[in-house]
Design a protein around this ligand. Sequence first.
Ligand code: SF4
Length: 343
Amino acid sequence: MGTNPEKRPEITSASFCDWRQLGHRYYSLGFYLNRIFGGKTWKVSVDGGFHCPNADGAISRSGCLFCNIASFSPSRRWSGLTIREQILRAAAKLRERRGIHRFIAYFQPGTNTYGPPDHLERLYREALSVPGVVGLAIGTRPDCLSDDVLDFLATISHETWLTVEIGVQSCHNDTLRRINRGHSWEDAVNAIQRCATRGLRVSVHLMFGLPGETYHHMLETAGKIAELPVHGVKLHNLYVARDTGLAKLYEAGQYQPLSQEAYVSIVCDVLERLPPHVVIERLTAETDAGYLVAPEWCRRKGETISLIDKQLEARGTYQGCRFREGPHQPVGLSSSPNKDGNM
Ligand code: SF4
């Protein structure tokens, strides 16, 4: 495939901060994609059949404490479809129901850089060849980004819009060990910086409500991310999925998810401290109802986003208004389960 300038839009300064002038309280992914592509653009989840070194024995066989790979995406239900077929099926529905004609192919379940570069290239290029696909989002772990893979991704990023989505979750190595992530915070920093040196767009995934973490742990993670060359952030509340180690802890009474009120408050505090140019690509986790054990409020994504909007409005604050400030007293965390702030 040759260079296609239509697929690699120029990102101008106007794309970054006019969200505030237009009255938004944070820089949403929808706003960003609209500006970049000149109209509504939707992410379509694609299952490339990738496994994960933290679940196949290369690092561990048990996976992350919260992981039930089958719960990642409805696209798991389409097992057996080619990449092209998966995208065409999702795109047809989006065209019909929402009038959307531009799509980002989001390689989501598993670790989507876990394989030889020629295999990755075949799958990514198959996605890019589907009419309407204007970019790629590649979900992966910090320790699955070899120099060969990054060089190859950098080459593709000259042809199309591309984001590397890196699961970071926390800056605290004690937490990462507790949830069996199989990588460290230093691995995450290293991966982000090596992406940056190649000009790759990076989005990081953070989780709030991880076992043993307090409000201050979460804010510290956000503060450290704010200092790194990161372009986007996905914020997730940790939920308990069926058939996971976390579900066992929950059933034994050893883990309690965040309340919706606490999560909303933390997200607002984090948004206030993230730089204004960072795109907020997700505000809350979602999963198939069939996999969800708790919390029940996790099913009401729209309600949670609305509560975040309302709380920012009530505070009179917005993304970046406290950028470079340290932690302050949490708001609305009176439901914290113990006096140490562990949740
Ligand atoms: S790195 Fe991702 S796919 Fe692998 S075990 Fe953890 S959550 Fe699951």
